[in-house]
Ligand binder design. Structure first.
Ligand code: ADP
Ligand code: TRP
Length: 321
C-alpha cells in the first residue's frame, strides 16, 4: 500500500516530531511503499525569506535522511522538484467551490490569529489536494489538524471524477491512535509554539540545560516518588524497553534519589539514543552535494509515479490538444 506524507520544513526537529511522526514513517518503510516529500511550497505560506526557506529545505532533507528515511526503499523528494503539482493545482482550482475553502479550519484559525490572509493561505488545501491526487495516494496518515484537508482533497477528486470519469483515486485519511503524544518540559504537548521542546540535534550543553528545566514535583531526596505522573519519566520511557522502564520505576519507588538524578539519566538516554543519527547527520552536513543527488533521484522517482495521472488529466481536461 502507498503511504503518502508531506512534511513542512519548519526548523529544528524535536523529540515530539520524532516519536509522533518520524519514527512511525521510518518503521512503515518495512511494509509499505512510503512516499514522503518536503512541502516547501506549503511552507511559503509562512516563510517569506527566500534564503531561509532554501536553508530550511536542505536542513529538513538532511535531518530526515539522517533519521532513517531510506531513499532506496522509499520515494523522498522536495515538492518543488515535481512541478506537475502546480499544473494540477490550477486544474483542481476549477473544481473547488469557494465555500469549501472558506470553511477550512486552518485558514480560519490563522486569520483569527491575525496572520494576514493572502491567496496562498486560502488556496493551501487545493495545493495539498494536488499533492495527494497526483500520486494516486490511497491512504494519507495525518494528525487530527490535517483531517479536513484530506476530506477537501477527496471532495475535489469526486467533483473532477464526476465530470471526467474515474481519473483520481479517492484518498482516505488515517489517524493513528497508537501514536503517542510526547509531553514537553512543562508537561503540555511538546510543541515549538509552546517553547517546551527538547531538540533532536541540539548541542550537548543546550540539551542538558533544557532537560534541567523539566518541571517536577518537590519531594525530599529520601522519599519515594511518583513515576506515572512525572514529566521526566514520561519522556524517558520513550527511549526505554520494558525492562528499562521497570528499572527506572524501581528507582522512583525506592527513594534516595532526587529528580536531578533522573534528569541526568534522561539526558544521557537522549544523547546516546541520537548519537548514531547525529553521526550520520554530521556526514550529510559535510556532503550536501550527496543530499542533493539523493533528492534529484527521489524527484525522478516521484515524477515517474505522477506522469500517468497528469497525462490523463491533460487529456481529459483539454490541456493536451
Ligand atoms: P510543532 O507543534 O512543534 O509545530 P508540527 O506541527 O510541525 O510540530 O508537527 C510535525 C509532526 O510532528 C506532526 O506529524 C505532528 O503530529 C508531530 N508532533 C508534533 N509534536 C508532537 C508531540 N508532542 N507528540 C507527538 N507528535 C507530535
Ligand atoms: N499540510 C501538511 C502539514 O502542515 C503538509 C502537507 C502538504 C501534506 N501536502 C501534504 C501532508 C499532503 C499530507 C499529504 O503538516
Amino acid at each position: 500500500m502507498r503511504l503518502f506524507t508531506g512534511i513542512q520544513p519548519s526548523g529544528d526537529l524535536h523529540i515530539g516530531n520524532y516519536f509522533g511522526s518520524i519514527e512511525p514513517m521510518v518503521a512503515a518503510q518495512n511494509e509499505h511503499d512510503v512516499f514522503a516529500f518536503i512541502a516547501n511550497y506549503h511552507a511559503m505560506t509562512t516563510v517569506s525569506d527566500g534564503a531561509r526557506l532554501a536553508e530550511l529545505t536542505m536542513q529538513a532533507a538532511t535531518d530526515f535522511l539522517s533519521l532513517g528515511i531510506d531513499p532506496q526503499r522509499s520515494t523522498f523528494w522536495v515538492q518543488s522538484d515535481v512541478k506537475e503539482v502546480l499544473e494540477l493545482y490550477w486544474v483542481l482550482s476549477g473544481f473547488t467551490p469557494m465555500g469549501l475553502l472558506e470553511r477550512a479550519h486552518s485558514y480560519k484559525d490563522k486569520t483569527a490569529k491575525g496572520i494576514a490572509a493572502n491567496h496562498s493561505l486560502f488556496s493551501y488545501p487545493v495545493l495539498m489536494a494536488a499533492d495527494i491526487l497526483l500520486f494516486g495516494s490511497e491512504v494519507v496518515p495525518v494528525g487530527k489538524d490535517q483531517i479536513q484537508h484530506v476530506e477537501i482533497a477527496r471532495d475535489i477528486a469526486i467533483r473532477f471524477n464526476n465530470e471526467y470519469g474515474d481519473i483520481f483515486v479517492l484518498p482516505e485519511y488515517r489517524v493513528d491512535d497508537n501514536v503517542k503524544t510526547v509531553p514537553g518540559t512543562d508537561g503540555q504537548k511538546m510543541s515549538k509554539s509552546y517553547g517546551n521542546t527538547i531538540n533532536i540535534f541540539g548541542e550537548r550543553k543546550a540539551q542538558e540545560k533544557t532537560v534541567k528545566k523539566i518541571v517536577t514535583e518537590v519531594v525530599a531526596m529520601e522519599a519515594p516518588k511518583e513515576w506515572a505522573t512525572c514529566n521526566v519519566y514520561n519522556i524517558a520511557r520513550l527511549f526505554l524497553d520494558e525492562a528499562g522502564q521497570a528499572a527506572l520505576q524501581q528507582r522512583y519507588v525506592q527513594g534516595g534519589e532526587g529528580h536531578g538524578h533522573f534528569k541526568l539519566y534522561l539526558n544521557e538516554l537522549i544523547w546516546d539514543f541520537y548519537t548514531p543519527y547525529r553521526e550520520r547527520r554530521d556526514y550529510y552536513s559535510a556532503h550536501q552535494d550527496e543530499v542533493r543527488e539523493i533528492l534529484a533521484m527521489g524527484a525522478a522517482k516521484a515524477r515517474e509515479a505522477a506522469m500517468p495521472i497528469i497525462e490523463k488529466v491533460r487529456l481529459v481536461s483539454g490541456i493536451a490538444y
